[in-house]
Write a protein that binds this ligand. Structure first.
Ligand SMILES: CC(C)(COP(=O)(O)OP(=O)(O)OC[C@H]1O[C@@H](n2cnc3c(N)ncnc32)[C@H](O)[C@@H]1OP(=O)(O)O)[C@@H](O)C(=O)NCCC(=O)NCCS
Length: 173
């Protein structure tokens, strides 16, 4: 029987303090630094789920909602949200943790696609994913839409072949 895993099996938590050399001219964490950290966390989640070597296929979405100041404690939490055939979607949630004031603010999120590959860098099948919590089920449901959008935008899929987005791209044409 094919292996089925849960999102919690790929949970990856990375905690860092923001150092001066990672900041921009406003003394907040530089966006590119955060992207690199998010990519690392997502790649670990992808490897944990697939039990394979993985590569980043696409960064589907990143939002920067709140600045993260120098000295801030930044916590990244990533999990696989849906497994397709050889590719998987990973969500990375970013938090600013303030132990002095006992607050935890959600500053960012990113959505990545990773592909599991063999020794020749050819895509290989991965285990299925069964979401458990309400949030995991929501994210799992919407992931096909995001995959199709990413494939259409990268020119790998024609809008007419899309299951979920055909109407959005073809209506009125
Ligand atoms: C990603 C890569 C392995 C895909 O290889 P490929 O031979 O094009 O393979 P396929 O077309 O069969 O795609 C493999 C899977 O990736 C998915 N995929 C590929 N590009 C995608 C994109 N832009 N968005 C979403 N999914 C994508 C495909 O839909 C397919 O998913 P599925 O098997 O789960 O249905 C290949 O393009 C690659 O090695 N890219 C470079 C990766 C890299 O170096 N990353 C680091 C960047 S610094």
């Amino acid at each position: 029987m094919a292996k089925i895993k849960t999102p919690s099996e790929s949970l990856t938590i990375m905690t860092n303090i923001v150092l001066p050399n990672e900041t921009n001219s406003l003394r907040n964490l530089f966006g590119g630094e955060l992207l690199a950290k998010m990519d690392r966390a997502a790649s670990i989640s992808a490897a944990r789920h697939s039990e394979r070597r993985v590569v980043t296929a696409s960064v589907n979405h990143v939002s920067f909602n709140e600045p993260i100041p120098e000295g801030g404690i930044v916590v990244l939490e990533s999990k696989v949200t849906r497994a397709f055939s050889t590719s998987m979607e990973i969500y990375v949630d970013v938090w600013l943790d303030d132990p002095v004031n006992q607050t935890k603010v959600h500053t960012n999120e990113g959505i990545y696609t990773f592909v599991a590959v063999d020794a020749d860098n050819k895509p290989v099948p991965i285990p299925e994913l069964r979401p458990e919590t309400e949030e995991e089920i929501e994210r799992h449901k919407a992931a096909l839409r995001r995959k199709e959008l990413s494939l259409i935008l990268s020119g790998r899929m024609k809008a007419a072949d899309s299951v979920e987005l055909k109407k959005l791209f073809t209506e009125g044409t």
